[in-house]
Design a protein around this ligand. Structure first.
Ligand SMILES: [Zn+2]
Length: 55
């Protein structure tokens, strides 16, 4: 996964985190991308519990 977004503040790659704006948007991007994964994990855990109780 690559973050090839260019920062509006320092015109460097956001992924490099050259300035505070870069680092802030990079963290925001990671949080946004991590959220669906955690929801999937939660759904998988719930499904596992369902199978456990269905038996
Ligand atoms: Zn920047």
């Amino acid at each position: 996964m690559s973050y090839d977004l260019v920062c509006a503040n320092c015109s460097g790659l956001v992924e490099l985190g050259r300035c505070s704006v870069c680092r802030a948007s990079r963290e925001q991007l990671r949080a946004q991308r991590a959220l669906p994964a955690s929801w999937l994990l939660l759904a998988a855990a719930l499904l596992g519990l369902l199978f456990l109780f269905a038996r």
